[in-house]
Write a protein of this length. Structure first.
Length: 350
């Protein structure tokens, strides 16, 4: 296979511009490459930040999307992990050096050379990467994961970012039977944190601004729900949790949430608030508590998460949209008007 692969895609021509449907080119398949027919692509809030150039200078024209689910259409001559027809997905990365200590440990997101992001990035060959708002994508087999039967491709797409982002801290901090976990925010990340923590055996409390999502939280598996618009509502929860997972990107009075931890507990951030945290050291030292951050996960952890979800019948809670609804969906995500992840049916890209 020597020719490039053409595909129809949704393209942002410049920062904040409405999406256009265009034909774009991917590289010809290398020996270790997989060509995927994309069925569904999730919309992550980070897509919006990058398309609107809110995280610094971006590469345009841009094809966003790092929550990709579909089937294998073709493979390179040296591919051994996947075959034509397999159900597969791609998350936030499409390459890494494969040789540094982090890559060898299955933590490719920390690659010393720098992991290659699925879109708005450049490969080691200098070519711009293009994401999943398209009908096809090409990637190295090392970064293509298997989507087991037991979870639909549409519900699986958001697992490739929202799922692994919340799975990683739950596993790192040993969540299991008897653990007490609080989840701040019930959005794209938060709803997956609830589902996964509950399936691991934890008691899960959702901390959300208002009463609006109480019924949803219970349906998702939460054992308790607290509306935080009344600051006094947090006081009865002090010293209650082994782990607090902060999924929101808004500035919070983080000290109030640290007080919810038991001694030796951890508050881990998977959202990215714009402001700085102000934490008196005594608040951490007194109970040997930790304030931490967590990135996505490596490829082995991503596969582990997908297998766990299939075994437990877990998928993302989604709203499926067509290609011509993506601009509107972006505004709805910013407004918090989605339950709980938009997923693009890529067959609607003309």
């Amino acid at each position: 296979m020597t020719s490039q692969t053409s595909t129809r895609a949704l393209v942002a021509a410049s920062a904040g511009a409405p999406f256009e449907q265009r034909t774009v080119e991917h590289r010809a398949l290398r020996d270790d490459d997989v060509l995927i027919d994309i069925a569904f692509a999730g919309i992550c809030h980070s897509d919006i930040h990058q398309v609107r150039e809110e995280w610094g200078r971006a590469i345009f024209p841009m094809v966003p999307g790092h929550e990709i689910a579909g089937t294998v259409a073709a493979v390179g001559s040296a591919v051994t992990r996947h075959k034509v027809g397999d159900r597969v997905g791609i998350g936030c990365m499409v390459d890494s050096c494969g040789e540094c200590e982090f890559c060898k440990d299955g933590e490719e997101q920390f690659c010393v050379k720098g992991a290659v992001m699925t879109y708005n990035g450049r490969g080691y060959d200098g070519e711009e990467t293009k994401g999943g708002y398209a009908q096809r994508v090409v990637a190295s087999e090392r970064f293509v994961v298997r989507i087991p039967e037991g979870v639909g491709l549409d519900e699986a797409a958001p697992l490739l970012c929202a799922g692994i982002t919340t799975w990683t801290p739950l596993r790192r901090y040993g969540v299991g039977e008897g653990s007490k976990v609080a989840v701040i925010g019930l959005g794209g990340l938060g709803h997956m944190a609830v589902k996964l923590a509950r399936a691991l055996g934890a008691e899960v409390t959702v901390l959300s601004r208002s009463e609006a999502k109480r019924d949803d939280a219970v349906e998702l598996g939460a054992t308790a729900y607290v509306a935080t618009e009344d600051p006094a509502a947090l006081k009865p929860l002090r010293s209650s949790f082994d782990l607090v997972v902060n999924t929101v990107s808004a500035d919070l009075p983080i000290g109030s949430y640290l007080k919810l931890l038991k001694p030796l507990g951890t508050l881990v951030n998977v959202g990215l608030p714009p402001g700085a945290f102000e934490v008196p050291p005594g608040m951490l030292v007194g109970g040997s508590r930790s304030l931490a951050g967590s990135n996505i996960g490596g490829i082995p952890a991503t596969q582990e998460m997908l297998d766990f979800c299939a075994e437990h019948g877990i998928g993302a809670t989604i709203e499926t949209i067509s290609a011509d609804q993506v601009d509107e969906a972006y505004d709805r995500v910013v407004a918090g008007d989605v339950r709980y992840r938009f997923v693009i049916d890529t067959s609607t890209i003309a």
